[in-house]
Design a protein around this ligand. Structure first.
Ligand SMILES: [Fe+2]
Length: 345
């Protein structure tokens, strides 16, 4: 009898044994399950992660309150034009995109109207991180504009950091790399270089959307070790099916506290391709009631990123020993991030 085909689709893993069990057998089984799922798709859903539903709902409420602020309040924390610090508020249009109200569209004609209708990268976001990070230091709005926001953001950041470290450790253990590689890997993930991004994709009028060619966020990989994505009920995340390249699987949130783990570039490089970077995109959902206005969407990626002066290169021990040699270059995290970010800002 031949071996079974790999499980199709994006698997959802209940990682509760990694959070609250000391049973080495249960932990080992869960680690193997997690690493096997990510090895196939570069991504998986996570439940049982220990972040309570109420805590997630609260986080989305904070995000909504933040984006509901007047533009001039959010602009006080504007992301700089350069790439350092990669923190602060990026308004709609900040990443080379344009928006128009329905009224403005109606008043346009000819080429202007045609071009406006093609325009979409329709989002605003706010990047925050550790208050202990000195290079990518935080840019905060005024406390009086949204009292308690900063305290919440720092608390949630570190709660996510704790979860991300548990998953990071599980990945490393599951790959079976040698002790030196494990130590190096954990040492470049200090926790201070992670990022919490609040994202808001506003409602858009269907007449402004060319669904044949546009998405809310085009296909990409993240320049992270991995990313944990939380999204609201309006969904939109799609993950490329690595078993059927070019086709995308909806990453749905019918389980309200399900997060999605997607491997980023550093995870792929470090694991010598064993944990492949997930290609993903965000599509524009349609209104459930059939109206012409798409629902707004909130999401929160948590980026797990190594220290900038950390060295990232492929490892060749444990499960990674049989991988290709020379496919991935060794470089500092900073070199890789700068290369990627110069195309964005
Ligand atoms: Fe992404």
């Amino acid at each position: 009898m031949g071996s079974l085909p790999p499980p199709s689709g994006i698997q959802t893993i209940d990682i509760s044994p990694l959070i609250n069990s000391k049973d080495p057998v249960a932990r080992k089984a869960k680690i193997d399950e997690l690493v096997a799922a990510i090895h196939i798709q570069g991504a998986c859903g996570l439940v049982g992660h220990g972040i309570k539903i109420d805590r997630l709902r609260e986080a989305f409420k904070w995000a909504q309150k933040f984006f509901d602020l007047p533009y001039e309040e959010k602009a006080k924390a504007n992301h700089p034009n350069g790439i350092v610090p990669h923190r602060g508020y990026s308004g709609i249009g900040r990443e080379k995109c344009l928006i128009y109200t329905e009224e403005e569209l109606k008043s346009m004609s000819g080429e202007l109207a045609a071009n406006a209708r093609k325009a979409l990268d329709f989002k605003e976001h706010y990047d925050t991180g550790s208050d202990g990070e000195l290079v990518h230091y935080n840019l905060w709005i005024d406390e009086h504009a949204l009292p308690g926001f900063r305290t919440w953001a720092q608390g949630f950041y570190w709660e996510m950091e704790k979860l991300s470290r548990t998953v990071l450790q599980a990945m490393i253990d599951g790959l079976g790399v040698d002790e030196e590689a494990k130590k190096d890997f954990m040492s470049i993930h200090t926790g201070h270089q992670n990022g919490l991004r609040l994202m808001h994709y506003p409602s858009a009028h269907e007449s402004t959307i060319d669904r044949s060619s546009l998405t809310w966020c085009p296909t990409h990989t993240d320049f992270t070790t991995y990313t944990l994505l939380m999204q609201d009920e309006n969904q939109g995340l799609e993950i490329e099916d690595r078993l059927n390249p070019g086709t995308f699987l909806p990453a749905t949130t019918e389980v309200e506290d399900r997060m999605y783990l997607t491997i980023g570039d550093f995870g792929e490089i470090w694991s010598n391709g064993y944990l492949p970077a997930s290609k993903h995109r965000v599509i524009i959902p349609r209104a459930a009631d059939g109206s012409e206005v798409t629902p707004k969407r909130y999401s929160m990626p948590y980026f797990i990123t190594p220290a900038e002066d950390g060295i990232c290169g492929p490892q060749y021990t444990g499960k990674l020993a049989s991988g290709p040699r020379g496919k991935y270059k060794t470089s500092t995290i900073k070199e890789h991030v700068e290369f990627r970010m110069k195309f964005q800002y």
